[in-house]
Design a protein around this ligand. Structure first.
Ligand SMILES: Cc1cc2nc3c(=O)[nH]c(=O)nc-3n(C[C@H](O)[C@H](O)[C@H](O)COP(=O)(O)OP(=O)(O)OC[C@H]3O[C@@H](n4cnc5c(N)ncnc54)[C@H](O)[C@@H]3O)c2cc1C
Length: 557
């Protein structure tokens, strides 16, 4: 019924991977299956090293599954005066959208509305609210566009910023407040279809290149060359990499993280009039800080996000305090015609940013930081694992490259003789990863971001055997799975029951859940509903689909 391919992750492959790494030493053992760890595994495997990745729970069950899903060109860093970080983000964005994952990372319009200030309108609360703030924002957006161009990203993919009239602004965001609306600025940036799916694609691509991926196994102790699982199993490697995000300090004492909680609220998109752009609403009195209304492809909108110190919070479930909800509703409502209320909120999720407060001195930190830092850290301490943490989803590839360079140095090799190749390695589902395809895609063949634009994905999705009068299923499969839509369609063709929706109105078919179990490493109903799909974000759908997801896990896992 299902032809397994290299790179598929499932219970049987997990068991054989665990058996192998229990018996054999690998070159690089990566602890943590978030975007950073999965990126390290792919980088190391594609440099020809033997690799194991061990994750305590499910892939992307930590911070990487709770992000805003922006692959951004660093506008926020420009506001903070950090041009270097903004440049790094712009370069990584170009690689992700054009070569690495064009089916998952795509352009999105962002609208910055401009309001008149005065007694009849909202009053400025800080020196940079009002026209001066608008002018500075536009300057930042134009500099970011310059970085776009320098990074090699064509304007046909990410168009140049432009001013729009009040009328055009309301066409993009119909619920914007009309009173005082003078117009807006539209710029373009990258968004990922789903951050958890990006992590799964990275881990699967690493597996396709030979990495052994083991989920559901917590490492309780690690040294530079060994790691122990909870049941006492000892794993051996020439280098151990600690990529455990906000948990990094557990395996690398001395790494001092200052976790910061980011909360998003979930709404039906209709609450915002089905916006066609990400809407940015300024946080009064804080220049360069915004909350975002983020339209998703599944008919939902997220409103985020907060940035609150959260010492000691649980990285898997940091909680959503009332204060976060009030802040988001209040801030966004200032820009809307009708204020949001709690009754509009469908759900909420939060995650912890692994911000770096301090690292031990004299331990080879490549980017030491005395203050809380949004940069990443690679810490190479003799006798301990190499720790890589901090950073952003957008720059995961760069973080992975630095961590694997450190591992290669530990082997006594010069990383220049074994360089990273991941800028040119497409993730599974992208053009160039079809069975029999040439691995690298030439510049001429390079697709526009968005799988719907890639021919192979369109053909694959067209094979969908179920009823699909508006081609909605075909379009979604192409967007989410790239050419692997073909494999999802084949599952439904072999078993027509799988062509059905998981529950009426779910917008997800049973074939997609089956693919999650057979090829994407999902092992429980929660893995399927919370990360391979986002059905769990809508409490009603979560209830309606739980039994079907559990039954499929029992049948197929
Ligand atoms: C709310 C929010 C929004 C964000 N939005 C964006 C955005 O839009 N764009 C962007 O670029 N960045 C964004 N970020 C930042 C980005 O999400 C993080 O920097 C990134 O996801 C961190 O990934 P990670 O792999 O280092 O950590 P994690 O994703 O937390 O992964 C660590 C993994 O290690 C595992 N683990 C922990 N301990 C062990 C152990 N002992 N043994 C085995 N496994 C273990 C965990 O289970 C977890 O899966 C956002 C962050 C937050 C909090």
């Amino acid at each position: 019924m299902f032809d397994a391919l290299p790179g598929d992750l499932n219970r049987a492959r997990r068991a054989s991977a665990l058996a192998h790494i229990t018996e054999h030493e690998v070159d690089v053992l990566v602890i943590g299956g978030g975007v950073t760890g999965a990126g390290v595994a792919l980088d190391a495997a594609t440099r020809g090293l033997s690799v194991a990745l061990v994750e305590a729970r499910d892939l992307a069950s930590g911070t990487s599954g709770f992000s805003s899903k922006l692959v951004h060109g660093g506008l926020r860093y420009l506001a903070q005066g950090d041009v270097g970080l903004a440049w790094e983000s712009a370069v990584e964005r170009e690689a992700l959208m054009r070569r690495i994952a064009p089916h998952l990372v795509r352009p999105r319009a962002f609208l910055v509305p401009r309001f008149a200030h005065g007694p009849e309108q909202s009053a400025p609360r800080g020196p940079l609210d009002g026209w001066l703030g608008d002018a500075l924002t536009e300057t930042g957006v134009r500099i970011a566009d310059g970085l776009r161009s320098l990074s090699g990203m064509p304007a046909r993919v990410l168009p140049r910023p432009k001013r729009v009239s009040a009328r055009e602004a309301r066409l993009l965001a119909p619920t914007l407040r009309e009173r005082g609306l003078r117009g807006g600025l539209v710029y373009w940036d990258g968004t990922v279809e789903d951050d958890a799916r990006l992590v799964v694609a990275l881990a699967r691509t690493a597996a396709r290149h030979g990495a052994r991926v083991v989920t559901g196994q917590r490492v309780v102790r690690a040294t530079d060359r060994e790691a122990w699982l909870a049941d006492g199993t000892r794993l051996r490697a020439r280098a151990v990499v600690n990529a455990t995000g906000v948990w990094a300090g557990d395996l690398a004492p001395g790494v001092d993280l200052a976790p910061s909680r980011g909360t998003h609220l979930v709404f039906r998109a209709s609450v915002f009039g089905d916006p066609r752009a990400v809407v940015t609403a300024p946080v009064p009195g804080h220049f360069g800080r915004y909350v975002f209304v983020l339209p998703q492809e599944n008919g939902l909108c997220y409103l985020g996000l907060t940035d609150e110190p959260a010492p000691g919070a649980d990285g898997y479930e940091p909680g959503v305090p009332e204060g976060d909800i009030d802040f988001l509703l209040r801030t966004a409502s200032e820009s809307l015609a009708v204020p949001l209320t709690r009754a509009d909120v469908l759900g909420a999720f939060s995650g912890l940013r692994p911000l770096i407060r301090a690292v031990p001195r004299g331990h080879g930190a490549e980017r030491p930081s005395a203050a809380v830092s949004r940069q990443h850290l690679v810490l190479d301490t003799p006798g301990a694992p190499i720790t890589v943490t901090g950073g952003k989803l957008t720059v995961y590839r760069r973080m992975a490259e630095d961590a694997v360079d450190a591992a290669v140095r530990r082997f006594g090799e010069d990383p220049r003789h074994r360089p990273a190749v991941t800028k040119r390695v497409p993730l599974l589902g992208s053009p160039g990863t079809e069975p029999g395809a040439r691995a690298a895609v030439s510049a001429r063949e390079r697709p526009s971001p968005g799988a719907a634009g890639t021919a192979s994905a369109r053909v694959a999705a067209a094979r969908w055997p179920g009823a699909d009068p508006d081609r909605e299923v075909a379009r979604r499969l192409a967007r989410v799975y790239g050419w692997e839509a073909e494999r999802v369609a084949d599952l439904a063709a072999a078993d027509p029951e799988l062509a059905e929706e998981v529950a009426p109105g779910a917008g997800v078919t049973l074939a997609e859940l089956a693919f999650g179990i057979l090829a994407e490493g999902a092992d429980t109903a929660a893995d399927l509903l919370e990360r391979r799909t986002r059905l769990a974000l809508d409490p009603e759908l979560a209830r309606a689909t739980e039994a079907a997801a559990s039954a499929l896990v029992d049948r197929l896992a």
